[in-house]
Design a protein around this ligand. Structure first.
Ligand code: FE
Length: 255
């Protein structure tokens, strides 16, 4: 059985987005091309040709580059949620939870994760333990709830939290420093959170990325994944998973 070798390249784009390029053999995918120029420059520099576009949701900073990439690479498939039909420019493949996408020999599992958007999906590659989760989980944070309920977002976060601890989280934004500043107001005695802040301050002052992060680490430090922490519940005065998540989200909205 041929084994997959998924290589992931992280491209900074717009003000604080990341675009990801996935390469396995001769196949090349882009995840959430918010800016086509950044992608085209990378492909040219590395002498690669684009095979497909994978979108996590329809917000502009994730799909704005689709049309220009389709002009450069006519006819390549554009993947997104079936729920986003009519919203993702150039979309040709309409995905549902449990579907599979192939990048060379690498198989990505499609996970439906509504909360930030109804049609938000994540792409999880179990063999290489890579997760592309758009705006659902960030390092020390989580995306805003837009056209969904807080319960839906908590359920989606629980679904992603159940992935293996060694899962690399390739999220779509460099929000880590601001997220940590907030997280420390929710969980001020968490030693790992405090040392992450020291590490991230060093990385960001050297203009280095803080992404990817790992699921096991986020489970121990990200307040948006810790609705069952007794320390957090007692600090917030909440009971129950959705209530605790909702209180964290509401405080972040006002932060
Ligand atoms: Fe975004």
């Amino acid at each position: 059985m041929p084994s997959s070798t998924l290589q992931v390249y992280r491209l900074p784009a717009l003000s604080d987005n990341y675009i990801f390029i996935l390469v396995d053999g001769r196949q090349v995918a882009v995840v959430d091309a918010g800016d086509a120029g950044v992608v085209l420059d990378f492909l040219q520099t590395h002498n690669l040709a684009l095979s497909m576009i994978l979108n996590t949701h329809y917000d502009g900073d994730h799909v704005a580059g689709n049309r220009a990439l389709l002009t450069a690479y006519p006819g390549i498939p554009v993947y997104g949620s079936a729920i986003d039909r009519g919203r993702i420019p150039g979309q040709t493949v309409f995905l549902n939870d449990g579907d599979r996408v192939e990048v060379g020999a690498s198989i990505g599992h499609v996970l439906s994760v509504p909360g930030h958007r109804q049609g938000h999906i994540a792409y999880y590659f179990p063999e290489s333990a890579d997760l592309f989760c758009g705006d659902v989980i960030f390092s020390a944070g989580s995306g805003r709830v837009k056209d969904c309920t807080y319960g839906q977002m908590q359920e989606s976060l629980a679904k992603l939290r159940s992935l293996p601890d060694n899962t690399k989280i390739w999220c779509a934004h460099e929000y880590t420093f601001d997220n940590l500043t907030f997280a420390l107001t929710i969980d001020p005695d968490n030693l790992e959170l405090k040392s992450r802040m020291v590490e991230v301050q060093k990385l960001r002052s050297a203009l280095q990325p803080t992404i990817p992060t790992e699921m096991g680490f986020e489970k121990r430090t990200n307040p948006f994944l810790r609705w069952d922490s007794e320390a957090i519940r007692s600090r917030l005065g909440t009971v129950g998973d959705v209530e605790t998540y909702t209180e964290v989200r509401s405080r972040k909205n006002k932060f």
